[in-house]
Every structure is written in structure tokens, then in C-alpha cells.
Design a protein around this ligand. Structure first.
Ligand SMILES: Cc1cc2nc3c(=O)[nH]c(=O)nc-3n(C[C@H](O)[C@H](O)[C@H](O)COP(=O)(O)OP(=O)(O)OC[C@H]3O[C@@H](n4cnc5c(N)ncnc54)[C@H](O)[C@@H]3O)c2cc1C
Ligand SMILES: NC(=O)c1ccc[n+]([C@@H]2O[C@H](COP(=O)([O-])OP(=O)(O)OC[C@H]3O[C@@H](n4cnc5c(N)ncnc54)[C@H](O)[C@@H]3O)[C@@H](O)[C@H]2O)c1
Length: 447
């Protein structure tokens, strides 16, 4: 049987773009469908624009601190439309680069929605049907919006990058990655921020002491938290602002309500049932360790499989798929010791086991911590302490986890993650001479 393509990819995000490009480089005839913009969540409305806003927001602290370092900083005003438009222009530039890169590798970009119409058939929004020997679903995930009266007044991270004006009062639902990152962004821009969460746990999965430190610093800065609260009703006040009613706490008036309560796999209406592709109870595509679904000709990578919702993981899965299926080089993704970070103010990052996980899994555990005020914060008169924590297997001396919060924590942790992945021992950290004066030197000075 002949097919129009060797590979048809649905979704030009982190996983899909990598899979398409590498498969084409291996000699496959590839098409990729994208219903929004080439680049996907990370480039268009995730990691990249978010990080640029984090940089923009951090100037609020830098400008204030600069005075203690002798700079005569006049009263500074922040102009949101300038930052917003510059960020959106950068996103457009990157979208162009991603498209060019695909075209350079002879990948055909089909700019419309595509759905599955059988094991080897794809229906395009323009009415055409095309065929492919292999189909890769890389359709990502979409923000969850809760169901309660007035929920339609809220936005998600998708809209946050396009706001007409900066809100003065923001309520954010959730206390995970997006909630804490945007709490920092809006707070630094001068908004009054309230995080509303149904439990009292922020950033589940991160080390407890590090999470507690972020909570303490966030509260010190003036970010408010409402725990054990769930939304009951949102109505619009006469002045256009929102009146938000919740269980377990007083109502709050705000100019913006943002939902950051998780992202659900994009499988709705994708036609997967026509090919017998099994979904789990969260709607994620069930795949084996080769990224193959229950239909042998259909694979899936990235957020749509709801394994680890991070860009570098989607990219690795896309690469492994392409190398295995079209490169004659069977490859499996290694999910051990994936580093991750939250770009809050200050940021936190971690790799490997948390203290709690290590105590449950290992016989004996040694914990080393460095709790210090970074030199720059001391001179700036900024009462924010950094905290680094190292988790060591008491029997083998192996460093099984590193967790940190403080300036540049994600930058420092990326390097430290190499040592954890390489299963280095605490003794080997101790053998390294400190690089002074840095914050990272604490990693080799922990006693
Ligand atoms: C606000 C925010 C910040 C984030 N920050 C970080 C971060 O700092 N670091 C990090 O590692 N991760 C971050 N993430 C997560 C990261 O963006 C995702 O894990 C990653 O983009 C997943 O890649 P993917 O290829 O699975 O899907 P996506 O990048 O979401 O791509 C899927 C693409 O498929 C398209 N599509 C869907 N259905 C169809 C269809 N039927 N037809 C055609 N096209 C379709 C979509 O339009 C989309 O472009 C963030 C996410 C958000 C929302
Ligand atoms: N820095 C990064 O790497 C980064 C940044 C942003 C997003 N992401 C990825 O995107 C994913 C989605 O981010 P997210 O922040 O939306 O999800 P999340 O899973 O990090 O956090 C969800 C939060 O919402 C709460 N919640 C869940 N259901 C709720 C409900 N019905 N009502 C009220 N609260 C509820 C949870 O308790 C939790 O605090 C993350 O899991 C992460 O993988 C990564």
C-alpha cells in the first residue's frame, strides 16, 4: 500500500517539531499540521514568553536594589504595552525561525487542524483526507477551566500574554508552576496578588522545606494565600471588576481572575476512537516505552501523553521516536533525575529525590543544608534568604537529590544535575575547591 507521507505529525510544538525535523533528516517524507502557531505552547504561550516576563518583572527589584549600590535611580514607571509587544514580537520571530527550520528539512507544514480518521488516515479542516504510514500525535495540553457559575470571567495563561492593561488586583486559582510564576510576575509589576488553592500545599512534588521557603518569602513580599478554598461564584461589579466568592474565606474583588489549575491532554475531538487508540482516565494517550499507542501505526509524545509536562522531555520523546522509527537507532527516554525549576521570585529548582521521598525509599539518609543570605541581598538590605539542600544516601554516600531556592537557582541547578545524574558521591563534591565568592560554592562547602 502506498501512502501520501511516511509520517504525519499532529501538532507543531516542542515534541512534534523535533520528531518531524529529525524524521525528515533520516529520509522520511513528513508533513506536520498546526492549528495555531508553529512552535507550540513553549514558544508561543509558555516557557519563552513567560521567562521574558519574569526577566521584565525582576527589574522592579533590581532597580530598587540599585540605589543601595550607589545608583541614583529616579522614580521609574513600568509600561506594560512596551514589554507585552516586545515579547510578542520576539515570539513571532521565533515562530518564523521554527517554520524556516522545518521547511529547510523539507517538512511540509499544513497550517490547519488535523484529526485522525483511521489507523493511517488524517482528516484536514479544509475537507481533504491524507494518508500516512505512521501518525504521531503531539497535540500537547490545554489549560483546565473549572466549572462554576461565572467561570467564564476568568482567563488562563494563554490570554495572560495579551492583556490590554495590567490589572491592579489579581486572583490566581491554583498553587502550582503557573500560579507561582505568574504571582511573582504580577506582584513585581505592582499588582495585589491573591493565590487561591483547594489544599494548603503549594508546588506538590518539590521538597517541602524549599516550598515552605517560597511560601514565607512570597507572604513577606505581600502575596496573599487562601488555602482550602474553592470557587463558588464570580459576578461582575458595576465598575467592571470581579466579585469572587469562595468556600472557606471572605469574597475578594479583583480586576483579573486567572486559572492555573493544571493542563489536560488535547485529545478531545481528535478522532482517536476511529483507530482504537486507548486513553487513560485523564484523557491522555496511553503509550508504551517506545511512545507507541494501542494502534500500532500511531505514536504519541509530549504533554498529550501526560507523563512529564516539560519541554525538554517532549523534545527527548520526539527525538527518541524519530531515531527509533526512522533512524534505525532504537532509543528510549530515561526519566530518572529530570531537573525542573519554578521561575518564581525568587526561583526554585530541584533534581532527584526530595527529603521525603529519600526517607521513604532509602535505609538511611543524610541531609545537608546551606541557609544563607546572598551577598547581594545583604548589601541591598533585602531580607531574603536562599536555601540549598542536598540529600545523600547514608549507605553509599551517593548524592540522590539537590533542591534549592534563591537567585539564579535554576542556572546553578542545571550544572549540579549533571553530578546527580552521574551518581557522584558527597565526598566527590567535597573534593572540589570552592569558587569564591559565589552562591553555588555552597554546594561544595556543605558540612
Ligand atoms: C505558561 C506555561 C509556562 C511553561 N513554562 C515551562 C518552562 O519554563 N519549562 C518547561 O520545560 N516547560 C514549561 N511549560 C510546559 C511546556 O510548554 C510543555 O510541556 C511543552 O510545550 C509540551 O510540548 P508538546 O509538544 O507536547 O505540546 P505543545 O508545545 O503544546 O504543542 C502542541 C501543538 O499542537 C497543536 N495542536 C493541537 N491539536 C491539534 C490538531 N488537532 N491539529 C493541529 N494542531 C494541533 C497546538 O496548537 C500546539 O501548537 C510551560 C507551559 C505553560 C502553559
Ligand atoms: N517552570 C516550568 O517548568 C513550568 C512552568 C509552567 C508550567 N509548567 C508545566 O505545565 C503544567 C501545568 O501547570 P499548572 O501550574 O497549571 O499545573 P500544576 O499541576 O503545577 O498545578 C495545579 C495546581 O492547581 C490546583 N488545582 C487542581 N485542580 C484544582 C481545582 N479544581 N480547583 C482549584 N485548584 C486546583 C492544584 O492543587 C495545584 O496547586 C505543570 O504541571 C508543568 O509541568 C512547567
Amino acid at each position: 500500500m502506498t501512502f501520501d507521507y511516511d509520517l504525519f505529525v499532529i501538532g507543531a510544538g516542542s515534541g512534534g517539531v523535533r520528531a518531524a525535523r529529525v524524521s525528515a533528516a533520516h529520509g522520511a517524507r513528513v508533513a506536520i499540521a498546526e492549528e495555531h502557531k508553529v512552535g507550540g505552547t513553549c514558544v508561543i504561550r509558555g516557557c519563552v514568553p513567560k521567562k521574558l516576563l519574569v526577566y521584565g518583572a525582576h527589574f522592579a527589584e533590581d532597580l530598587a536594589d540599585a540605589r543601595r549600590f550607589g545608583w541614583d535611580v529616579p522614580k521609574c514607571d513600568f509600561h506594560w504595552p512596551t514589554l507585552r509587544d516586545n515579547v510578542l514580537n520576539e515570539v513571532d520571530r521565533l515562530e518564523g525561525l521554527y517554520s524556516e527550520n522545518l521547511e529547510r528539512h523539507a517538512v511540509e507544514i499544513i497550517r490547519q487542524r488535523a484529526t485522525v480518521k483511521g489507523a493511517n488516515s488524517i482528516a484536514l479542516a479544509d475537507g481533504r483526507t491524507v494518508t500516512a504510514k505512521t501518525i504521531l500525535i503531539a497535540s500537547g495540553a490545554t489549560p483546565v477551566v473549572p466549572d462554576f457559575p461565572g467561570a467564564e470571567h476568568g482567563i488562563t495563561s494563554n490570554e495572560a500574554f495579551h492583556l490590554e492593561a495590567l490589572p491592579k488586583r489579581v486572583v490566581i486559582a491554583g498553587a502550582g508552576y503557573i500560579a507561582n510564576e505568574f504571582a511573582g510576575i504580577f506582584h513585581e509589576f505592582g499588582a495585589k496578588v491573591t493565590l487561591v488553592n483547594r489544599s494548603d500545599v503549594i508546588l506538590r512534588g518539590y521538597d517541602e522545606t524549599i516550598r515552605d521557603r517560597l511560601l514565607t518569602i512570597s507572604m513577606m513580599k505581600g502575596i496573599e494565600f487562601r488555602f482550602h478554598a474553592s470557587f463558588e461564584r464570580v459576578t461582575r461589579n458595576d465598575d467592571g471588576s470581579l466579585h469572587i466568592e469562595m468556600s472557606n474565606c471572605d469574597p475578594v474583588d479583583a480586576d483579573l481572575l486567572m486559572f492555573a489549575i493544571g493542563r489536560k491532554p488535547n485529545t478531545e475531538g481528535l478522532g482517536l476512537e476511529t483507530a482504537g487508540v486507548e486513553l487513560d482516565d485523564k484523557g491522555a494517550i496511553v503509550v508504551d516505552s517506545d511512545n507507541r499507542s494501542t494502534c500500532p501505526s500511531i505514536y504519541a509524545v509530549g504533554d498529550v501523553t501526560n507523563r512529564v509536562q516539560l519541554t525538554p522531555v517532549a523534545i527527548r520523546e520526539g527525538q527518541a521516536f524519530a531515531d527509533s522509527v526512522f533512524g534505525d537507532k532504537p532509543t528510549k527516554v530515561d526519566y530518572e533525575n529530570i531537573p525542573s525549576a519554578v521561575f518564581s521570585h525568587p526561583p526554585l529548582a530541584g533534581v532527584g529525590m526530595t527529603e521525603g521521598q529519600a526517607r521513604n525509599r532509602l535505609g538511611t539518609v543524610k541531609i545537608y543544608t546551606a541557609d544563607f543570605r546572598p551577598m547581594k541581598n545583604v548589601l541591598a538590605g533585602r531580607n531574603e534568604r536562599a536555601l540549598y539542600k542536598m540529600i545523600v544516601d547514608g549507605q553509599t554516600d551517593e548524592v540522590v537529590g539537590i533542591h534549592m531556592i534563591g537567585p539564579d537557582a535554576p542556572e546553578i541547578l542545571q550544572a549540579a544535575a549533571i553530578a546527580v545524574k552521574a551518581r557522584l558521591r558527597k565526598e566527590q563534591f567535597d573534593e572540589v575547591v570552592a569558587l569564591h565568592p559565589t552562591m553555588a560554592e555552597e554546594l561544595v562547602l556543605m558540612k
